[in-house]
Design a protein around this ligand. Structure first.
Ligand code: AMP
Ligand code: MG
Length: 348
Protein backbone atom coordinates (compact mmCIF):
# COMPACT_ATOMS: atom_id res chain seq x y z
CA UNK A 1 0.00 0.00 0.00
CA UNK A 2 1.39 3.40 -0.96
CA UNK A 3 1.49 6.28 1.51
CA UNK A 4 2.25 9.89 0.82
CA UNK A 5 2.36 12.85 3.11
CA UNK A 6 2.80 16.48 2.17
CA UNK A 7 2.18 19.90 3.53
CA UNK A 8 -0.89 21.30 1.83
CA UNK A 9 -2.63 24.47 1.06
CA UNK A 10 -5.06 26.78 2.74
CA UNK A 11 -7.15 26.48 -0.41
CA UNK A 12 -7.58 22.75 -0.67
CA UNK A 13 -9.99 21.62 -3.33
CA UNK A 14 -10.84 17.96 -3.00
CA UNK A 15 -12.94 16.74 -5.88
CA UNK A 16 -16.24 15.19 -4.85
CA UNK A 17 -15.46 12.30 -7.17
CA UNK A 18 -12.43 10.23 -7.80
CA UNK A 19 -9.67 12.50 -9.08
CA UNK A 20 -6.59 14.47 -8.25
CA UNK A 21 -6.37 16.73 -5.24
CA UNK A 22 -5.22 20.32 -5.79
CA UNK A 23 -2.93 21.75 -3.14
CA UNK A 24 -1.02 24.96 -2.57
CA UNK A 25 1.39 25.20 0.29
CA UNK A 26 0.59 28.09 2.59
CA UNK A 27 0.23 26.58 6.03
CA UNK A 28 3.07 24.37 7.16
CA UNK A 29 1.02 22.60 9.82
CA UNK A 30 -1.73 21.27 7.60
CA UNK A 31 -0.86 17.94 6.05
CA UNK A 32 -2.40 15.47 3.70
CA UNK A 33 -1.77 11.74 3.36
CA UNK A 34 -2.98 9.64 0.48
CA UNK A 35 -3.08 5.89 0.07
CA UNK A 36 -4.30 3.36 -2.43
CA UNK A 37 -5.78 -0.11 -2.18
CA UNK A 38 -8.92 0.46 -0.12
CA UNK A 39 -12.40 0.36 -1.65
CA UNK A 40 -10.71 0.17 -5.04
CA UNK A 41 -9.84 3.87 -4.96
CA UNK A 42 -7.59 6.58 -3.54
CA UNK A 43 -8.04 7.87 0.01
CA UNK A 44 -6.95 11.24 1.40
CA UNK A 45 -6.66 12.24 5.04
CA UNK A 46 -6.18 15.97 5.65
CA UNK A 47 -5.66 17.74 8.95
CA UNK A 48 -3.55 19.83 11.26
CA UNK A 49 -0.92 18.43 13.60
CA UNK A 50 2.02 19.73 15.57
CA UNK A 51 4.44 17.75 13.41
CA UNK A 52 4.52 15.58 10.33
CA UNK A 53 5.13 12.53 12.54
CA UNK A 54 2.08 13.26 14.69
CA UNK A 55 -0.03 13.66 11.56
CA UNK A 56 1.39 10.47 10.03
CA UNK A 57 0.35 8.52 13.12
CA UNK A 58 -3.17 9.92 12.97
CA UNK A 59 -3.46 9.15 9.25
CA UNK A 60 -2.21 5.62 9.82
CA UNK A 61 -4.87 5.03 12.49
CA UNK A 62 -7.52 6.16 9.99
CA UNK A 63 -6.04 3.95 7.27
CA UNK A 64 -6.08 0.90 9.52
CA UNK A 65 -9.71 1.47 10.51
CA UNK A 66 -10.70 1.95 6.90
CA UNK A 67 -8.85 -1.23 5.97
CA UNK A 68 -10.88 -3.15 8.54
CA UNK A 69 -14.12 -1.89 6.99
CA UNK A 70 -12.78 -2.65 3.53
CA UNK A 71 -12.18 -6.26 4.52
CA UNK A 72 -15.46 -6.70 6.36
CA UNK A 73 -17.54 -5.27 3.50
CA UNK A 74 -15.55 -6.93 0.69
CA UNK A 75 -17.73 -9.13 -1.55
CA UNK A 76 -14.86 -10.20 -3.82
CA UNK A 77 -12.03 -11.34 -1.55
CA UNK A 78 -11.75 -13.71 1.40
CA UNK A 79 -9.31 -13.03 4.25
CA UNK A 80 -7.76 -15.43 6.75
CA UNK A 81 -9.78 -15.81 9.95
CA UNK A 82 -12.45 -13.37 8.86
CA UNK A 83 -16.09 -13.85 7.96
CA UNK A 84 -17.04 -11.00 5.65
CA UNK A 85 -19.73 -10.22 3.07
CA UNK A 86 -18.10 -12.65 0.64
CA UNK A 87 -18.52 -15.42 3.22
CA UNK A 88 -22.22 -14.55 3.49
CA UNK A 89 -22.55 -14.59 -0.31
CA UNK A 90 -20.66 -17.88 -0.59
CA UNK A 91 -22.91 -19.56 1.99
CA UNK A 92 -26.18 -18.23 0.52
CA UNK A 93 -28.99 -20.75 1.09
CA UNK A 94 -26.64 -23.03 3.01
CA UNK A 95 -25.74 -21.62 6.44
CA UNK A 96 -25.96 -18.52 8.61
CA UNK A 97 -22.59 -16.83 9.17
CA UNK A 98 -21.26 -15.46 12.44
CA UNK A 99 -20.01 -11.96 11.68
CA UNK A 100 -18.54 -8.88 13.32
CA UNK A 101 -21.19 -6.54 14.78
CA UNK A 102 -20.18 -3.90 12.23
CA UNK A 103 -21.50 -6.14 9.44
CA UNK A 104 -24.80 -6.52 11.29
CA UNK A 105 -25.03 -2.72 11.69
CA UNK A 106 -24.23 -2.27 8.01
CA UNK A 107 -26.85 -4.78 6.82
CA UNK A 108 -29.48 -3.21 9.07
CA UNK A 109 -28.68 0.20 7.58
CA UNK A 110 -28.91 -1.26 4.06
CA UNK A 111 -32.42 -2.49 4.81
CA UNK A 112 -33.28 0.97 6.12
CA UNK A 113 -31.83 2.52 2.96
CA UNK A 114 -33.92 0.16 0.83
CA UNK A 115 -37.09 1.28 2.63
CA UNK A 116 -36.15 4.99 2.52
CA UNK A 117 -35.37 4.84 -1.20
CA UNK A 118 -38.63 3.04 -1.98
CA UNK A 119 -36.67 -0.04 -3.06
CA UNK A 120 -34.48 1.88 -5.55
CA UNK A 121 -31.25 1.12 -3.68
CA UNK A 122 -31.24 -2.65 -3.25
CA UNK A 123 -28.02 -4.42 -2.25
CA UNK A 124 -29.75 -7.79 -2.79
CA UNK A 125 -29.70 -7.34 -6.57
CA UNK A 126 -26.05 -8.35 -6.79
CA UNK A 127 -26.83 -10.96 -9.47
CA UNK A 128 -28.16 -8.25 -11.78
CA UNK A 129 -25.28 -5.85 -11.13
CA UNK A 130 -22.72 -8.62 -11.74
CA UNK A 131 -24.18 -9.33 -15.20
CA UNK A 132 -23.73 -5.63 -16.04
CA UNK A 133 -20.25 -5.54 -14.52
CA UNK A 134 -19.11 -8.60 -16.46
CA UNK A 135 -20.54 -7.22 -19.72
CA UNK A 136 -18.83 -3.87 -19.04
CA UNK A 137 -15.47 -5.44 -18.26
CA UNK A 138 -15.64 -7.57 -21.42
CA UNK A 139 -16.71 -4.51 -23.44
CA UNK A 140 -13.90 -2.33 -22.09
CA UNK A 141 -11.33 -5.06 -22.76
CA UNK A 142 -12.57 -5.60 -26.33
CA UNK A 143 -14.64 -2.56 -27.41
CA UNK A 144 -15.27 -3.88 -30.92
CA UNK A 145 -17.20 -6.81 -29.44
CA UNK A 146 -18.88 -4.92 -26.58
CA UNK A 147 -22.36 -6.34 -25.92
CA UNK A 148 -25.24 -5.91 -23.51
CA UNK A 149 -26.00 -8.55 -20.89
CA UNK A 150 -28.57 -11.14 -21.86
CA UNK A 151 -32.03 -9.72 -21.09
CA UNK A 152 -33.55 -13.02 -19.91
CA UNK A 153 -30.56 -13.61 -17.63
CA UNK A 154 -31.08 -10.15 -16.08
CA UNK A 155 -34.72 -10.92 -15.27
CA UNK A 156 -33.84 -14.36 -13.91
CA UNK A 157 -31.21 -12.78 -11.62
CA UNK A 158 -33.71 -10.13 -10.46
CA UNK A 159 -35.95 -12.90 -9.10
CA UNK A 160 -33.32 -13.42 -6.41
CA UNK A 161 -33.21 -9.86 -5.11
CA UNK A 162 -35.77 -9.89 -2.29
CA UNK A 163 -34.28 -7.76 0.51
CA UNK A 164 -36.30 -9.78 3.07
CA UNK A 165 -34.19 -12.80 2.21
CA UNK A 166 -31.30 -11.08 4.00
CA UNK A 167 -31.94 -12.58 7.42
CA UNK A 168 -30.25 -10.94 10.42
CA UNK A 169 -30.08 -12.41 13.91
CA UNK A 170 -28.70 -9.45 15.81
CA UNK A 171 -28.49 -11.11 19.23
CA UNK A 172 -26.42 -13.98 17.79
CA UNK A 173 -24.55 -11.64 15.37
CA UNK A 174 -25.45 -13.92 12.47
CA UNK A 175 -26.41 -13.11 8.89
CA UNK A 176 -27.89 -15.42 6.28
CA UNK A 177 -29.11 -15.18 2.69
CA UNK A 178 -32.27 -17.32 2.63
CA UNK A 179 -32.24 -17.46 -1.20
CA UNK A 180 -29.39 -19.68 -2.46
CA UNK A 181 -29.11 -17.62 -5.65
CA UNK A 182 -28.97 -14.21 -3.96
CA UNK A 183 -25.71 -12.24 -4.02
CA UNK A 184 -25.05 -8.98 -2.18
CA UNK A 185 -23.50 -6.00 -4.02
CA UNK A 186 -22.75 -3.09 -1.74
CA UNK A 187 -21.08 -0.75 -4.26
CA UNK A 188 -23.78 1.89 -3.76
CA UNK A 189 -23.28 2.34 -0.04
CA UNK A 190 -20.24 0.60 1.49
CA UNK A 191 -17.67 3.30 0.79
CA UNK A 192 -19.76 6.12 2.28
CA UNK A 193 -20.85 4.01 5.23
CA UNK A 194 -17.24 3.13 6.08
CA UNK A 195 -16.04 6.69 5.47
CA UNK A 196 -18.61 7.99 7.93
CA UNK A 197 -17.53 5.61 10.66
CA UNK A 198 -13.82 6.34 10.26
CA UNK A 199 -14.35 10.12 9.99
CA UNK A 200 -16.42 10.13 13.20
CA UNK A 201 -13.35 9.00 15.10
CA UNK A 202 -10.97 11.54 13.57
CA UNK A 203 -10.00 14.62 15.58
CA UNK A 204 -12.07 17.70 14.88
CA UNK A 205 -10.66 19.63 11.96
CA UNK A 206 -9.79 16.56 9.90
CA UNK A 207 -11.19 15.60 6.53
CA UNK A 208 -11.39 12.16 4.93
CA UNK A 209 -11.99 11.54 1.25
CA UNK A 210 -12.41 7.98 -0.01
CA UNK A 211 -12.70 8.00 -3.78
CA UNK A 212 -14.29 11.42 -3.66
CA UNK A 213 -16.69 10.41 -0.89
CA UNK A 214 -15.73 13.44 1.22
CA UNK A 215 -16.44 13.66 4.94
CA UNK A 216 -15.36 16.52 7.23
CA UNK A 217 -15.02 16.11 10.99
CA UNK A 218 -15.70 19.78 11.67
CA UNK A 219 -14.18 22.87 9.99
CA UNK A 220 -10.44 23.29 9.49
CA UNK A 221 -8.42 24.28 12.51
CA UNK A 222 -9.09 27.98 12.92
CA UNK A 223 -12.73 27.54 11.89
CA UNK A 224 -12.53 28.03 8.12
CA UNK A 225 -14.68 25.72 5.98
CA UNK A 226 -13.31 23.14 3.57
CA UNK A 227 -13.59 23.66 -0.18
CA UNK A 228 -14.94 20.65 -2.05
CA UNK A 229 -14.99 20.77 -5.85
CA UNK A 230 -17.94 19.22 -7.71
CA UNK A 231 -16.73 17.93 -11.03
CA UNK A 232 -18.16 18.51 -14.47
CA UNK A 233 -19.41 15.17 -15.85
CA UNK A 234 -16.81 13.99 -18.38
CA UNK A 235 -14.57 16.94 -17.45
CA UNK A 236 -10.94 16.70 -16.35
CA UNK A 237 -10.04 16.11 -12.72
CA UNK A 238 -9.86 19.85 -12.13
CA UNK A 239 -12.91 20.94 -14.13
CA UNK A 240 -15.40 21.95 -11.48
CA UNK A 241 -19.04 22.96 -11.89
CA UNK A 242 -18.58 24.81 -8.62
CA UNK A 243 -16.88 24.54 -5.27
CA UNK A 244 -18.80 23.86 -2.06
CA UNK A 245 -17.98 25.36 1.32
CA UNK A 246 -18.39 22.61 3.91
CA UNK A 247 -17.75 22.93 7.65
CA UNK A 248 -18.85 19.43 8.59
CA UNK A 249 -20.64 16.46 7.10
CA UNK A 250 -20.29 14.86 3.75
CA UNK A 251 -20.36 15.43 -0.03
CA UNK A 252 -21.02 12.45 -2.32
CA UNK A 253 -21.58 12.23 -6.08
CA UNK A 254 -23.01 9.51 -8.31
CA UNK A 255 -22.44 9.93 -12.04
CA UNK A 256 -22.92 8.01 -15.27
CA UNK A 257 -19.32 8.75 -16.33
CA UNK A 258 -17.75 7.08 -13.27
CA UNK A 259 -18.07 3.54 -14.70
CA UNK A 260 -19.44 3.04 -18.18
CA UNK A 261 -18.89 1.31 -21.50
CA UNK A 262 -20.21 1.77 -25.01
CA UNK A 263 -22.29 -0.58 -27.17
CA UNK A 264 -23.20 0.48 -30.72
CA UNK A 265 -22.39 4.12 -29.95
CA UNK A 266 -24.49 4.26 -26.78
CA UNK A 267 -23.19 4.69 -23.23
CA UNK A 268 -24.22 2.13 -20.59
CA UNK A 269 -23.31 3.07 -17.03
CA UNK A 270 -23.26 1.29 -13.67
CA UNK A 271 -26.33 2.53 -11.77
CA UNK A 272 -29.16 0.14 -12.54
CA UNK A 273 -32.86 0.96 -12.39
CA UNK A 274 -34.55 -1.95 -10.53
CA UNK A 275 -37.70 -1.51 -12.66
CA UNK A 276 -36.06 -1.84 -16.08
CA UNK A 277 -32.83 -3.65 -15.03
CA UNK A 278 -31.07 -1.16 -17.35
CA UNK A 279 -28.91 1.87 -16.48
CA UNK A 280 -31.11 4.67 -15.13
CA UNK A 281 -31.98 7.41 -17.61
CA UNK A 282 -32.86 10.37 -15.39
CA UNK A 283 -29.52 12.13 -14.76
CA UNK A 284 -25.87 12.45 -15.67
CA UNK A 285 -24.84 13.17 -12.09
CA UNK A 286 -26.27 13.86 -8.65
CA UNK A 287 -24.32 15.42 -5.78
CA UNK A 288 -25.58 15.15 -2.21
CA UNK A 289 -24.53 17.12 0.88
CA UNK A 290 -25.54 15.33 4.02
CA UNK A 291 -24.51 15.02 7.69
CA UNK A 292 -23.93 11.29 7.41
CA UNK A 293 -21.74 9.96 4.60
CA UNK A 294 -23.45 6.53 4.57
CA UNK A 295 -26.79 8.20 4.07
CA UNK A 296 -25.17 10.51 1.50
CA UNK A 297 -23.82 7.56 -0.51
CA UNK A 298 -27.24 5.89 -0.47
CA UNK A 299 -28.95 9.16 -1.44
CA UNK A 300 -26.67 10.01 -4.36
CA UNK A 301 -27.48 6.60 -5.85
CA UNK A 302 -31.19 6.79 -4.96
CA UNK A 303 -31.65 10.29 -6.40
CA UNK A 304 -29.86 9.18 -9.56
CA UNK A 305 -32.62 6.55 -9.88
CA UNK A 306 -35.66 8.84 -9.66
CA UNK A 307 -37.19 11.98 -11.16
CA UNK A 308 -36.58 15.42 -9.63
CA UNK A 309 -39.77 15.80 -7.56
CA UNK A 310 -39.31 12.43 -5.86
CA UNK A 311 -35.63 13.16 -5.28
CA UNK A 312 -36.34 16.56 -3.76
CA UNK A 313 -38.85 14.96 -1.36
CA UNK A 314 -36.44 12.19 -0.38
CA UNK A 315 -33.53 14.61 0.14
CA UNK A 316 -35.71 16.80 2.35
CA UNK A 317 -36.96 13.80 4.34
CA UNK A 318 -33.32 12.81 4.99
CA UNK A 319 -32.18 16.34 5.85
CA UNK A 320 -29.88 16.47 2.80
CA UNK A 321 -29.18 19.01 0.06
CA UNK A 322 -28.72 17.93 -3.54
CA UNK A 323 -27.81 19.08 -7.03
CA UNK A 324 -28.76 17.28 -10.26
CA UNK A 325 -27.10 17.51 -13.69
CA UNK A 326 -29.23 16.50 -16.67
CA UNK A 327 -28.30 15.24 -20.15
CA UNK A 328 -27.97 18.82 -21.50
CA UNK A 329 -25.88 20.08 -18.62
CA UNK A 330 -28.91 21.68 -16.94
CA UNK A 331 -28.50 22.07 -13.17
CA UNK A 332 -31.26 21.68 -10.55
CA UNK A 333 -30.85 22.42 -6.85
CA UNK A 334 -32.58 21.70 -3.58
CA UNK A 335 -33.42 24.79 -1.56
CA UNK A 336 -30.31 24.92 0.63
CA UNK A 337 -27.69 23.68 -1.86
CA UNK A 338 -26.98 27.03 -3.53
CA UNK A 339 -25.99 28.66 -0.25
CA UNK A 340 -23.17 26.09 0.07
CA UNK A 341 -21.58 27.15 -3.25
CA UNK A 342 -18.51 29.35 -2.84
CA UNK A 343 -19.28 32.63 -4.53
CA UNK A 344 -15.61 33.48 -5.11
CA UNK A 345 -14.78 30.21 -6.91
CA UNK A 346 -15.01 29.67 -10.64
CA UNK A 347 -18.38 28.38 -11.74
CA UNK A 348 -19.84 29.34 -8.36
P1 AMP B 1 -22.78 4.77 -6.61
O1 AMP B 1 -21.60 5.09 -7.47
O2 AMP B 1 -22.58 5.03 -5.14
O3 AMP B 1 -24.04 5.42 -7.11
O4 AMP B 1 -23.01 3.19 -6.67
C1 AMP B 1 -23.04 2.48 -7.90
C2 AMP B 1 -22.76 1.03 -7.62
O5 AMP B 1 -23.83 0.48 -6.83
C3 AMP B 1 -22.72 0.16 -8.86
O6 AMP B 1 -21.40 0.03 -9.35
C4 AMP B 1 -23.27 -1.17 -8.39
O7 AMP B 1 -22.25 -1.92 -7.73
C5 AMP B 1 -24.27 -0.76 -7.33
N1 AMP B 1 -25.64 -0.51 -7.84
C6 AMP B 1 -26.05 -0.20 -9.10
N2 AMP B 1 -27.37 -0.01 -9.15
C7 AMP B 1 -27.83 -0.21 -7.89
C8 AMP B 1 -29.13 -0.19 -7.28
N3 AMP B 1 -30.26 0.07 -7.98
N4 AMP B 1 -29.21 -0.48 -5.96
C9 AMP B 1 -28.11 -0.78 -5.24
N5 AMP B 1 -26.87 -0.81 -5.75
C10 AMP B 1 -26.72 -0.52 -7.05
MG1 MG C 1 -23.92 5.68 -3.64
Amino acid sequence: MKHRIAAVAALLVLPAMLGACVRRETDERQYTASFLGLFDTVTYVVGHARSEEAFAQQAEVARQKLEQYHRLLDVYNAYDNLNNLKTINDLAGRAPVQVDGRIIDFLKDCKRYYALSGGRVNIALGGVFSLWREARERGLADPARAALPDEAALWRAAEHGDIDDIVIDESASMAYLADPLMQLDVGAVAKGWATERVARELPEGYLLSVGGNVCAAGPKQGGAPWSVGVRVPDGGSEDFLHTLSISSGSVVTSGDYQRAYWVDGKRYHHIIDPDTLYPAVYWRAVTVVCDDSGMGDMLSTALFLMPLEQGLALAEKCGAQAMWVDENGGLYYSEGYRSLIRSDASGG
